[in-house]
Design a protein around this ligand. Structure first.
Ligand SMILES: [Zn+2]
Length: 269
């Protein structure tokens, strides 16, 4: 029998179970705080970073029993601003593992059932094929032109904010090539001076967002491919509505804004 984890990441239909932790604060629940049915090890994920946690899926009955009173089931995205950083990271990691588990029940080669091999791998019960959780890398870029930055609105944005040009890495492509291609396809602009900013896990459902900055090098702004609906170069004192935390887009825009403050490039990574 495995030793008990410090926390439980309990999901139900994209929501995470959280518990109050003092005035206005929240945390993941601890084992024993909620009554749950026994689970097979195959349906659980256990990890020790960024904290010791066990991830599991609640049944409908369990979810109904635990939601309300002091505990709450909250959409994963909302927990990013409610939970301490390590707790949110554990929830994000759990969401990606659960997504992987639920979408790899059968072998992609021969169709036979898959079984868990290690904590993060599965083996096909017939042909022996081994698989691991996969991520989809995507590039996101802040394009500067003088003191302005390119902010765009995409059809897929859930709210009327202006964010950054982004897109998935395609097969046979370096991520720097993704940056150049996406900016060209979505805005008709050429860029140069592509520089790495930082990266962020994005568990909706399993992406790695890799951030870059670049300089405008030419071209007329045009939204041709239908993904973007509006946008332009904005100065720091005339910003539209921008994305909220925890997005890397917000971190990148904040870093660009901070460059204008006394002390200069303090926020840049
Ligand atoms: Zn197989």
């Amino acid at each position: 029998m495995r030793s008990e984890a410090d926390f439980l990441v309990a999901f139900h239909k994209g929501r995470v179970l959280i518990a109050p932790d003092g005035e206005g604060a929240w945390r993941l629940v601890r084992p024993g705080e909620v009554a749950l049915a026994e689970r097979a090890a195959e349906s659980l994920f256990r990890f020790d970073r960024p904290l010791s946690a066990e991830a599991l899926m609640l049944s409908d009955e369990e979810a109904e029993a635990v939601d309300g009173n002091s505990f709450r089931l909250v959409p994963l995205r909302e927990t990013s601003v409610m939970l301490p950083s390590a707790h949110y990271t554990a929830a994000a990691k759990s969401a990606e593992l659960m997504h992987w588990d639920s979408t790899t029940r059968f072998c992609g080669s021969c169709g036979a059932p898959m079984r868990r091999n290690t904590e993060i791998s599965k083996l096909c019960t017939a042909c022996g094929r081994e698989i691991w959780p996969s991520l989809s890398p995507a590039a996101i870029v802040l394009v500067r032109r003088g003191d302005e930055a390119l902010l765009v609105h995409a059809k897929t944005f859930s709210r009327p904010f202006y964010g950054l040009v982004a897109g998935f890495v395609e097969t046979g492509e370096s991520i720097e090539e993704t940056v150049v291609r996406e900016v060209k396809e979505e805005t008709n602009l050429e860029i140069r001076n592509i520089r790495y900013f930082g990266s962020q896990t994005w568990p909706f459902p399993a992406q790695l967002m890799v951030g870059f900055t670049a300089d405008y090098a030419g071209g007329e702004l045009r939204f041709a491919d239908g993904e973007l609906t509006s946008g332009g170069f904005f100065s720091r004192d005339a910003l539209p509505l921008i994305p909220g935390p925890p997005s890397i887009a917000r971190r990148m825009i904040d870093a660009w804004l901070a460059e204008a403050e006394p002390g200069g490039r303090a926020g840049e990574e």
